[in-house]
Design a protein around this ligand. Structure first.
Ligand SMILES: Nc1ncnc2c1ncn2[C@@H]1O[C@H](COP(=O)(O)OP(=O)(O)OP(=O)(O)O)[C@@H](O)[C@H]1O
Ligand SMILES: [Mg+2]
Length: 259
């Protein structure tokens, strides 16, 4: 991919006929003001289709985390249009956005962000409890989800006794347990070895397949590009190219293989 290209090469991708899940046009974001201002996003245009896995790549500091934070509704944009599942967070307002996020959006952080004093089941149950699901039901659903990621026998364990890959699977379970329509992942495989990283991606694809789940995955990890439907390359606050990946070839993966 040529990072110097000013005009993005837009390829429609295999899911171009699916409904738009995320629509961004001319998004800008500046942190701070005056001499210390950092223009993190300088006009981002991008859309993510329903059921699509889009990867977001680019050098450190180019604005990837900023963009997915805006898409996930955890950060306000300055200018531009952004709708997620047809909703504009500026119109929804802070409490409407929080509610929308709790129902529709999952976020996987690079550093897992598991709560060390809670069991795995309790960690995974958190989004359900936020959505006022009864505790017993929430724990049951959390255990079901953990079973799907191959951790059904560890539900009462605590996060610090797990490997990095296992913790990442717990974090993914937590992000998926409330069946969001949009899942945003910030470098989900960067802390993992090659085999575990592949398994995490296979797991994400398998959950997404058939669920109409749209995925935006930030990554530096070229080894997982093969899982993308499309790859958006960012540089200096803009999308500079968009290429088609081979993601659809992985859609039939069986989650029971993710051990
Ligand atoms: N809270 C903040 N306050 C001030 N500047 C920030 C803040 N968050 C990010 N920035 C700056 O905005 C720019 C984009 O940051 P961002 O975190 O989106 O980059 P990134 O592409 O995710 O980088 P990395 O690959 O290192 O995670 C960087 O120059 C960064 O220093
Ligand atoms: Mg980042």
């Amino acid at each position: 991919m040529d990072t110097l290209t000013a005009t993005p090469t837009i390829e429609p991708g295999a899911k171009a006929d699916r409904p738009v899940a995320v629509y961004c046009k001319g998004i800008t974001k500046t942190y701070g003001s005056g001499q210390s201002a950092v223009r993190a996003l300088r006009g981002v245009d991008v859309d993510v289709r329903t059921g699509e896995l889009m990867m977001l790549v680019g050098p450190s500091g180019c604005g990837k985390t900023t963009l997915i934070s805006i898409i996930a509704g955890v950060l306000d944009r300055d200018e531009g249009e952004c709708t997620v599942l047809g909703k504009d967070f500026k119109v929804l307002g802070p409490s409407g956005t929080t509610q929308f996020r709790a129902t529709n959006v999952g976020f996987v952080f690079q550093a897992f962000n598991l709560i060390p004093t809670l069991t795995l089941a309790e960690n995974v149950a958190v989004p359900l409890l936020i959505n006022r699901v009864r505790r017993a039901d929430a724990i049951e659903q959390a255990c079901e989800m953990l079973k799907k990621v191959g951790l059904g026998d560890r539900t009462k364990d605590i996060p610090t006794r797990l490997s990095g890959g296992q913790q990442q699977r717990v974090a993914i379970s937590r992000a998926l347990v409330h069946k969001p329509k949009l899942l945003v992942c910030d470098e989900p495989t960067s802390a993992l070895d090659h085999v575990t990283g592949q398994k995490v991606m296979e797991l994400l694809r398998s959950v997404a397949a058939g669920n109409d789940l749209s995925l935006v995955v930030v990554t530096h990890d070229a080894r997982i590009f093969e899982f993308a439907d499309r790859i958006a390359e960012m540089d200096d606050g803009r999308i500079v190219s968009m290429t088609t990946g081979k993601g659809h070839q992985h859609s039939s993966f069986d989650a029971s293989h993710a051990k």
